[in-house]
Design a protein around this ligand. Structure first.
Ligand code: F6P
Length: 369
């Protein structure tokens, strides 16, 4: 592409990395809206950092082309949580992106006159983004994950939408559980953090919630189910995060030798089986899986994502690079990416939300009832 003169408008890049998440298109809508107001051009790189591989795979995001995408699930740019630029390996492993790949990607950006890049993603994407910043390319980060497990931001968009899916699923499971006097186990996402299980479980009326931060004992959950039966309850809902595990045992994986993060899965079935043995109750398991990542974002997520997109453009305008947009106390600000990555936002087992849940009789499997 020919070089632009110094009088031409600024051109910025935008990419999404990691798993998709409701609200990604609302961020794109926010970025393009704010950038076009400044007279800037936005190049949307396809499939995350992969779009930076030579000769560059992108679309010019004109305002007219992003009209109406605010409410769409998924991402019009595509994304990946695998591939050449994946800085996460296995469970918790971090790798540096090889220099030749970094050089190739930065050459694509420079050849296309991109002056700064907005990277929307979770821990892995932001770790890779930080490497671009350290290697001399100006970056701004936007936090994204349905798991809500990123440190330095009180909330990420996508989490509210995922939680709503869990609540809807529990509402449906409750009626069939009640008809058959069953225990229904619902496995939800949440690798390291149990936010989706906790919020979804409290909002959906679960009687037990099992999360990675609180190792559980099957006997305690079984006791809790027995007590409910004594009190006349005909059915029970148990929510279990994919990363939860019984005290002293490891998380359960579906697959561990892929090229990115290991895939969790299967704890719901195990919990259903054990509880059935211990209680003699008929038990079924439903795994919600990617239903939690699909579909339209809630209004909360649309608004948060829009604010994040606008803030990212503001940071570039102010030349405050190497920073990540952050939501704290109802305000959208920013923090250094370096301080945000690899710092997880975990549920505090003694925190107010867990205590409130316990006060209304929800069992976490960590203590006798
Ligand atoms: O990080 C978000 C997340 O939804 C995790 O909760 C889950 O373990 C993972 O993504 C699933 O990723 P994939 O789309 O590769 O199956």
């Amino acid at each position: 592409m020919e070089n632009r003169s110094q009088f031409e408008a600024m051109r910025i890049g935008l990419l999404n990395g990691g798993g998709d998440c409701p609200g990604l298109n609302a961020v794109t809508h926010g970025v393009v809206g704010a950038a076009s107001k400044l007279g800037w051009e936005v190049l949307g790189f396809k499939e995350g950092f992969e779009g930076l591989l030579s000769p560059g795979h992108f679309k010019v995001l004109k305002r007219s082309k992003t009209e109406g995408i605010l409410k769409l699930g998924g991402t019009i740019l595509g994304t990946t949580n695998r591939g050449h630029f994946s800085s996460k390996v296995g469970e918790g492993g971090i790798r540096r992106i090889p220099d030749e790949l970094m050089q190739e990607a930065m050459a694509t950006l420079r050849e296309n006159d991109v002056e700064a890049l907005i990277c929307v993603g979770g821990d892995g994407t932001l770790t890779t983004a930080l490497q671009f910043q350290e290697d001399g390319f100006p970056i701004v980060g936007v936090p994204k994950t349905i798991d809500n497990d990123l440190g330095a931001t009180a909330m990420t968009f996508g989490f509210d939408s995922a939680t709503q899916v869990v609540v809807d699923a529990l509402d449906r499971l409750q009626t069939t559980a009640e008809s058959h006097q069953r225990v229904m186990v619902l496995e939800v996402m949440g690798r390291h953090a149990g936010w989706i299980a906790l919020y979804g479980g409290v909002g959906g009326g679960a009687s037990s919630i099992l999360i990675p931060e609180i190792p559980f004992h099957y006997e305690h959950i079984a006791d809790c189910l027995a007590k409910r039966e004594e009190r006349g309850f005909r059915s029970s809902l148990v929510v279990v995060a994919e990363g939860a595990s019984p005290a002293g045992l490891d998380k359960i994986y579906e697959e561990t030798d892929g090229d990115g993060e290991s895939r969790l899965g299967g704890v719901g079935d195990r919990v259903a089986e054990e509880l059935s043995k211990l209680t003699g109750k008929e038990t079924r398991c439903t795994t919600l899986g990617h239903l939690q990542r699909g579909g339209s974002p809630t209004s909360f997520d649309r608004i948060l994502a829009t604010r994040f997109g606008v803030k990212a453009v503001n940071l570039i305008e102010e030349k405050r690079f190497g920073r990540m947009v952050s939501y704290q106390q109802y305000h959208v600000g920013s923090v250094e990416i370096e301080k945000a990555v690899r710092k997880l936002n975990l549920v505090d087992p003694k925190g107010e939300i867990v205590r409130a849940a316990k006060s209304v009789g929800i069992c976490f499997g960590d203590e006798p009832v």
